[in-house]
Design a protein around this ligand. Structure first.
Ligand SMILES: Cc1cc2nc3c(=O)[nH]c(=O)nc-3n(C[C@H](O)[C@H](O)[C@H](O)COP(=O)(O)OP(=O)(O)OC[C@H]3O[C@@H](n4cnc5c(N)ncnc54)[C@H](O)[C@@H]3O)c2cc1C
Length: 367
């Protein structure tokens, strides 16, 4: 009787294990988790990777960094590249971000391409220059009640080359049950500072990376980021510039201004900075000083929610209203905008209606 039960148990366990093995095999076959080849730019680089991962992550593991502001969630559409073979068809998460032209051109969001086969892809050559950096928090300084300046001293590599206006992707560590993520932060220091990068980070309530920066990250802690990314930098013309920023959108703009000051710029610049109240303003002394020193620069901070009796004598209202009031003739300008998507969309509408061609409006949406 006992041996009968024992035999049945052994039989059940053995068949359970066999079934699990079969299922695993079937899954591996179906998902093809075997090794895959990624051929980049017609053999310029060929990678051997394990299948199953998404293309964006597989490339990053091999030190090829594709811009991705949302950290692979399929919501920023920054990680577009051409998948010429082996990527299958675009899925429902990515199609809203692709134009008909792009779909025809085999453009995909690399974070949505699961590696099941060998793939052939095409990326812009400059992406080969993006590196992963290790550094240490040199300082974390409060700028306002919800914004800090984070300065990272570089250790390996010890220098970075970038253009004012570009951004890095900071990698947070897991904490309090929240996963490690990558998020985009514009560099606020000028390119002349090669041994460190400075960023301006605004706390997003319940945001994974910003809560990590505010609550967990301390001075002297190690940090990792990749970069530099992005094409939001000054064009090579001598047109006057209209800078418009809100909140932490200050970061790439102040990097450009610091760079222009160092290079003895002679383009005219008007900078409109939108904030809710006076307590949301920062870098005002530095910008007022620049205004005093350099004739080409004018700074216009504008508050949309400052109490009427606070004694604030500067501009009030939405940034779009303030531009219309303070700068009647904008047609000759080139515009550089940075901040929330809402602020940027509203400003672009106003600027195009006031005669600035869309081809002369550049922006980075902090989506
Ligand atoms: C090019 C670029 C440059 C940028 N530069 C800067 C900069 O210089 N400074 C700066 O401060 N920011 C910048 N940003 C924004 C930055 O990258 C982050 O998006 C921002 O800091 C929020 O990150 P987070 O991880 O803290 O928030 P997330 O975790 O991404 O959360 C964002 C919001 O979504 C909500 N959320 C998160 N997960 C879920 C979920 N599963 N379901 C529903 N809601 C959810 C959160 O509650 C929160 O309100 C930039 C963005 C871009 C694209």
């Amino acid at each position: 009787m006992l041996s009968g039960i024992l035999i049945s148990v052994v039989f059940l366990v053995a068949s359970g294990l066999a079934l699990a093995g079969l299922l695993l095999l079937a899954e591996r076959r179906l998902l093809n988790f075997g090794p895959c080849t990624i051929d980049i730019n017609d053999g310029k680089k060929v990678l051997q990777v394990n299948g199953g991962n998404n293309l964006l992550a597989a490339l990053a593991e091999n030190d090829i960094f594709i811009p991705s502001a949302c950290g692979g969630r399929g919501t920023c559409a920054y990680c577009k590249l051409k998948v010429l073979d082996g990527g299958g068809t675009a899925g429902p998460i990515e199609t809203p971000y692709l134009t008909q032209e792009e779909i025809k051109d085999q453009v995909r969001l690399s974070c949505q391409v699961r590696l099941r086969n060998d793939v052939r892809i095409r990326i812009p050559n400059h992406l080969f220059d993006i590196q992963r950096f290790r550094g240490r928090v040199e300082h974390k300084r409060s700028l306002t009640h919800d914004t800090v300046e984070l300065r990272i001293a570089l250790e390996k590599p010890s220098q970075i080359a970038f253009q004012a206006g570009q951004y890095i992707q900071l990698e947070s560590e897991p904490y309090r049950g929240r996963e490690a993520v990558m998020r985009a932060y514009s560099i606020s220091s000028p390119p002349s500072q090669k041994h460190a990068v400075e960023t301006v980070i605004r706390l997003v309530p319940d945001g994974i990376c910003t809560t990590w920066v505010f609550d967990v990250l301390k001075e002297n802690d190690p940090v990792t980021f990749s970069g530099p990314y992005g094409d939001f930098y000054l064009s090579d013309t001598d047109r006057p510039c209209l800078f418009i920023a809100g909140g932490s959108g200050m970061a790439p703009i102040i990097s450009m201004l610091r760079d222009m000051r160092e290079k003895d710029n002679c383009r005219r610049v008007v900078f409109f900075f939108g904030a809710l109240t006076r307590s949301d303003l920062f870098y005002v002394d530095e910008l007022r000083q620049l205004e005093k020193e350099r004739q080409w620069f004018r700074f216009v901070p504008a508050l949309s929610n400052e109490p009427p009796d606070s004694g604030w004598e500067g501009e009030r209202g939405l940034i779009t209203e303030v531009i219309a009031r303070c700068l009647p003739d904008t047609a000759e300008y080139e515009a550089y905008l940075c901040g929330s998507p809402g602020m940027i969309d509203a400003s672009v509408k106003v600027l195009t209606a006031r005669g600035i061609a869309e081809s002369r409006i550049f922006y980075d949406k902090f989506a």
